[in-house]
Design a protein around this ligand. Structure first.
Ligand code: CP
Length: 306
């Protein structure tokens, strides 16, 4: 795996390897065992066109814990595609750092970075894909159900957005079923991203009724109804998604063992109620913590050759 732009670019075997490394590193950290400094002398440039808490901290802390260094580059200073082309930025950074991570609006920008880069490029969220989040989500599901997730069902309630698209592909790679419950017009659209160039996995389906989606779910996932850059559609979207809230009555229709996930930031009492978010079946906080461990696994594999 040279770059990590989408889940589709990785094989199931490569994903499982990254997750194995992540689990091993998390175990060491929890036991207080020092990591091998596999990224000593290595630097990651992190380009952000959008705000971030989890992604920024997990990558920067992950580089630090593995002996490396990270440089945050804000859009105002880099001007990805404005001040300079993604390709020129990648050519310059390739001679200075050992990896490039970018959070962008348009997916084509991470593709252009990767096309001109001599060092690995990681997609830290684009409008079409959020593969790093999906890695942490797989880890959280493994914590709950064991390493073999074959036959498990993930129900995504809400918008067929970048997070949903990456999860649909991830489920296909790990032998899981994926069900999206969404209003008409908000399905997983056939975007340019690799995630969907391969086509939706046979195990993915779209339904209208959230109750139908959760009836056999092992995990119920939701995300914001208004993603970054869609703020002008907020009123229309909130109206469209009324009835798709993850709340106690929806949870009551799911199997007793089903857990609840959210990639955060959450809009409490909009797409998910406080009661569910803070309730006993919620795994959203360990899920967020797994961003650190998953990113360490990915960095060790891509930049450290682990
Ligand atoms: N889930 C996620 O990507 O969080 P941030 O936007 O805070 O990085």
């Amino acid at each position: 795996m040279r770059h990590f732009l989408s889940i589709a670019q990785a094989t199931g075997e490569q994903l499982r390897h990254v997750l194995d490394v992540a689990l091993e590193l998390r175990g060491q950290r929890r036991r207080g065992v020092a990591h091998r400094p596999v990224l000593a002398g290595r630097t990651l440039a992190m380009i952000f066109e959008k705000p971030s808490l989890r992604t920024r901290v997990s990558f920067e802390q992950g580089m630090f814990e593995l002996g490396g260094h990270a440089i945050r580059l804000g859009h105002e200073e880099v001007g990805l595609g404005v001040r300079e082309s993604p390709a020129d930025i990648a050519r310059v950074l390739s001679g200075m750092v050992h990896g490039i991570m970018a959070r962008v609006y348009e997916h084509r920008k991470v593709v252009e970075l990767a096309g001109a880069s001599d060092v690995p490029v990681i997609n830290a969220l684009s409008d079409e894909s959020h593969p790093c989040q999906a890695l942490a989500d797989a880890m959280t599901l493994m914590d709950e159900f064991g390493r073999d997730l074959t036959g498990r069902t993930l129900a995504f309630i809400g918008d067929g957005n970048n997070v949903a698209r990456s999860l649909a592909t991830l489920c296909g790679k790990l032998g899981m079923r994926f069900v999206l419950a969404c209003p008409q017009g908000y399905e997983l659209s056939p975007m340019l991203a690799d995630d969907l160039q391969q086509g939706l996995p046979a195990t993915a389906r779209v339904v209208r009724d959230p109750i139908e989606a959760v009836r056999e779910a092992d995990a119920i996932y939701t995300d914001t109804w208004v993603s970054m850059g869609q703020e002008e559609q907020a009123v229309k979207r909130r109206a469209a998604f009324k009835g798709y809230q993850v709340n106690a009555s929806l949870l009551a229709a799911a199997p007793a063992w089903a857990v609840v996930l959210h990639c955060m930031p959450a809009h409490r009492n909009v797409e998910i109620t406080d009661e569910v978010m803070d309730g006993p079946r919620s795994r959203v906080v360990p899920q967020a913590h797994n961003r650190l461990h998953a990113q360490k696994g990915l960095l060790a594999a891509l930049l450290g050759g682990v």
